[in-house]
Design a protein around this ligand. Structure first.
Ligand SMILES: [Zn+2]
Length: 277
């Protein structure tokens, strides 16, 4: 059964990659991705496919990792016997709360940011998941690898996410499925399945565009984003909001010209004021 769970996780990854590609306004790889999704769905055992399709018809997040004894998507605490069954992976386990297929994710990076303290004013927009300490103006990077390394280290030293090394590996694996470089010099490398907490976003900007992927796409504004499973759907809206904000050349220029982390943070908040709520 383990291999079926792996098959399902692979299919889930592809579905989310396709959805992201669509949310970011990409279209050129859509047909190929849809074809791979159809092929993988066909390859599922007959006993599993109908359940998968029913869940998929309801929501595109079908698989949920078990984190701290709970379903990471709906938060329901799972019986100990079921957690063991998920670990043994002999029979597919469905969450009693949301019906998603449960799987064990070993060794996921963790969100370690500070929870908001009582009495603190409620944050809005991008400041809910990013901060001035996660900004790198004048990024001195020449590749996707360098950039992801610099941004992941910022997240770790800033006390947002543990294990920068795991983040780097996971983000590069995701890039190998499909480049996250988009039009207008933007790229959105990211890591899913972060344990707990909230979404985190770091931003790096380079004066000179550099080559991001094997297709030769040039980028100069990069957002590294870590995504807990529970907020997968919100992530699509975030990508759409960022893409929309940076369709405007003046917003891109404001970012590129920022000389300090404070100036970059200010420019980013201003540019996304209306597109990210
Ligand atoms: Zn659930």
């Amino acid at each position: 059964m383990k291999s079926v769970v792996n098959q399902l996780c692979q299919l889930q990854d592809l579905i989310l990659v396709r959805d992201e590609h669509r949310a970011a306004g990409g279209g050129e790889h859509l047909a190929r991705l849809n074809e791979s999704i159809a092929t993988l769905t066909d390859q599922l055992p007959d006993a599993v496919r109908p359940f998968f399709s029913r869940l998929y018809g309801r929501d595109h997040v079908v698989m949920s990792p078990v984190h701290n004894g709970c379903c990471a998507v709906c938060g329901m605490r799972l019986p100990v016997s079921q957690i063991q069954a998920v670990r043994q992976s002999k029979v597919i386990q469905y969450c009693p709360g949301c019906s998603r297929i449960l799987f064990e994710e070993l060794d996921a990076p963790q969100w370690v940011g500070a929870a908001p303290t009582r009495g603190e004013p409620r944050k809005s927009g991008l400041s809910r998941f990013s901060a001035e300490t996660l900004m790198i103006p004048d990024l001195l990077a020449g590749s996707a690898e360098d950039t992801i390394e610099l941004l992941a280290s910022k997240m770790e030293t800033g006390g947002f996410v543990s294990h920068a090394d795991k983040l780097i590996t996971a983000a590069l694996e995701r890039e190998s499925l499909l480049s996250t470089a988009m039009d207008n010099g933007l790229a959105f490398p990211h890591v899913r399945g972060i344990e707990g907490g909230s979404l985190t976003l770091a931003c790096g900007v380079s004066r000179e565009p550099f080559t991001w992927d094997s297709e030769g796409t040039k980028v100069n504004i990069v957002f590294l984003i870590t995504i807990p499973t529970a907020v997968s759907a919100f992530y699509m809206r975030l990508i759409a909001g960022l893409t929309e904000a940076f369709l405007k050349e003046q917003n891109r220029t404001a970012l590129i010209e920022a000389e300090t982390p404070a100036a970059l943070w200010k420019a980013l908040l201003k540019a996304t004021r209306y597109t990210i709520k």
